[in-house]
Write a protein that binds this ligand. Structure first.
Ligand code: NAG
Ligand code: NAG
Ligand code: NAG
Ligand code: NAG
Ligand code: NAG
Length: 492
């Protein structure tokens, strides 16, 4: 547990503008709950990507606390689909830590986060697609969408965003995200790369991308669980041998009865674990407990979850879309948590701090979001969108992008059972690139922080030891360390 260190009251300093083009009306001058001095400039607002429909994407832009004129510019995307990127801002690597353990409903106090990714980069937190977080459209037909439309909309957003902030066109630009952003990131990167080749203006100085515990491919992701469960000591050697023999490595879509039978036993063995971090118990409110015990449609892993005894538990959270065990993301409609559960709450999730803060009209006004009568309540993960997985496997995107020389970091919290590292490890290896940095430990503070394998074409696979699905939330120091080293082009 990190002790809460309260900042003393500072007079808000008006920093000198570092940039010529940044729109002054987007500058954030104060934030309810924060008494200190902003360590760098923050801007936020909407970019209208379709004037005729009033389709508006919301961004929160944190300038680097280092050298914003030189440091990389990074776009961050949370997944879902349907989850707001304020997830990353509030709970993972944003500039603030939000005080937990307050009276529920009272205004959260904000302290500076010493491990913010804005220490070494400028970051755009984008709510995408329209209908998610603060982003909205006046035409709700826009809320039926999919991978390809989301990628082209986000590309449009970027081109318009750079017109507002042209001074950042020269910074090296990276696209990053986690979980379902394992689909958003490569599909958007592909759009951006094609735009650059086609001479689309403004010209983006795109260098590469980062994906954390990312959804990638139905076979690799779907086959990852059984070897993970065996390696982690969650199933017996005997069962592993039997299930391997019966399924012949095809766990994601077996049509064989013996295989199905053995997989049922695997599911039983692991069903009471927190799938987002097998080391952690699960946060849940009494309200969620009653829903989970009554629901048949819910994966059994969520029905009887342990409770944490920690006074200030790490938030137990997941990415807003649940798949039953082994059922990886498949083509077509992706169901939402609210649809699976008949509730707006996400099991294992304590999103109270973010929900209280971002639904305070004073906060919404300070960050230039719309009031609730225009864009509705802010939700961590929304069921308002109808999302279709229509881009297929991400492998072809990764091949294309790395072959073109874009750098790629594929990282994985090694205790996540939702998108287990075994899948990311296998698909990165499957690209067929020569290993140039053979599997080895990487360290932080003199300790092993995880393992890495480097391939030619600037492809790096990296694990973070002991981290769950949302790595910077569990291991903020280690996360800032690998992020910093990778962005600087150093060996991790
Ligand atoms: C900020 O100021 C308010 C009012 O003076 C105070 O109640 C609160 O504890 C302060 N928060 C921090 C983090 O210092
Ligand atoms: C799953 O396997 C069945 C038969 O084994 C096959 O007909 C079906 O097309 C497969 N599903 C997918 C999505 O490939
Ligand atoms: C939303 O409410 C504000 C006042 O609270 C009002 O000025 C504004 O016109 C309303 N907007 C819509 C679209 O109803
Ligand atoms: C990547 O995809 C683009 C667009 O389809 C294509 O023009 C290009 O040749 C591909 N590059 C590689 C290296 O596969
Ligand atoms: C790898 O990245 C570095 C730094 O951006 C770059 O100089 C180099 O050309 C890249 N290598 C390949 C094979 O693309």
């Amino acid at each position: 547990m990190v002790p809460l260190i309260y900042c003393s009251l500072f007079v808000l300093l008006l920093l000198h503008p570092i940039s010529e083009g940044a729109p002054e009306e987007a500058l954030i001058t104060q934030l309810p709950g924060f008494n200190g001095t902003f360590p760098s400039k923050h801007y936020s607002g909407f970019v209208t990507i379709d004037e005729s429909k009033g389709k508006n994407l919301f961004y929160y832009f944190v300038l680097s606390e280092g050298n914003p004129t030189k440091d990389p510019l990074v776009l961050w995307l949370n997944g879902g689909p349907g989850c707001s990127s304020f997830d990353g801002f509030v709970y993972e690597h944003g500039p603030f830590n939000f005080q937990a353990g307050r009276k529920p409903g009272s205004q959260p106090q904000l302290l500076l986060n010493p491990y913010s990714w804005s220490k070494v980069s400028s970051i755009i937190y984008l709510d995408s697609p329209a209908g998610v977080g603060f982003s909205y459209s006046n035409d709700h037909n826009d809320y039926t969408t999919g991978d390809l439309k989301t990628a082209s909309d986000t590309h449009t957003f970027l081109l318009k965003w750079f017109q507002k902030y042209p001074e950042f066109l020269t910074n090296p630009f990276y696209i990053t995200g986690e979980s379902y952003a394992g689909v958003y990131v490569p599909t958007l990167a592909f759009e951006v790369a094609n735009g650059i080749k086609a001479g689309v203006k403004p010209m983006i100085n795109f260098k590469g991308y980062i994906v954390g515990n990312g959804v990638t491919d139905k076979e690799f992701d779907g086959n990852a669980l059984v070897p993970f469960a065996h390696g982690m000591g969650l199933i017996s050697d005997d069962l592993f041998q039997e299930v391997s023999a019966a399924c012949q490595g095809n766990y994601w879509n077996s049509s064989n009865e013996i295989c199905e039978d053995k997989l049922k036993k695997v599911d039983e063995d692991i069903s009471d674990l927190n799938i987002y971090d097998i080391l952690e118990p699960c946060y849940h409110s009494p309200e969620i407990r009653s829903i989970t015990s009554g629901s048949i449609r819910l994966p059994s892993s969520f029905r009887q979850l342990g409770e944490t005894k920690r006074p200030l538990a790490v938030r137990k959270r997941m990415f807003g879309r649940a798949w039953p065990l082994r059922a990886s993301v498949r083509d077509g409609y992706v169901p939402t948590w609210p649809q699976l559960l008949g509730s707006n709450s996400v099991p294992c999730t304590d999103d109270e701090v973010a929900t209280t803060w971002l639904n305070d009209e004073k906060v919404r006004s300070a960050i230039h979001a719309q009031q609730k009568n225009v864009s509705g309540d802010w939700e961590l993960c929304t069921g308002n969108i109808n999302f279709h997985h229509d881009a297929g496997s991400m492998i072809k995107y990764h091949k294309n992008l790395t072959a073109q020389g874009y750098r790629a970091l594929i990282f994985s919290g090694d205790h996540d059972m939702c998108v287990p590292f075994t899948g990311s490890q296998a698909w990165t290896r499957s690209l067929g690139y020569k290993v140039i940095d053979e599997w080895r430990a990487w360290t932080f503070g003199g300790q092993v922080a995880g393992y890495t394998q480097g391939y030619e074409q600037n492809l790096t696979f990296l694990t973070i030891k002991g981290a769950g699905h949302t790595v910077p939330e569990y291991k903020p120091q280690e996360a800032l360390a690998f992020y910093t080293r990778w962005l600087a082009g150093q060996s991790i």
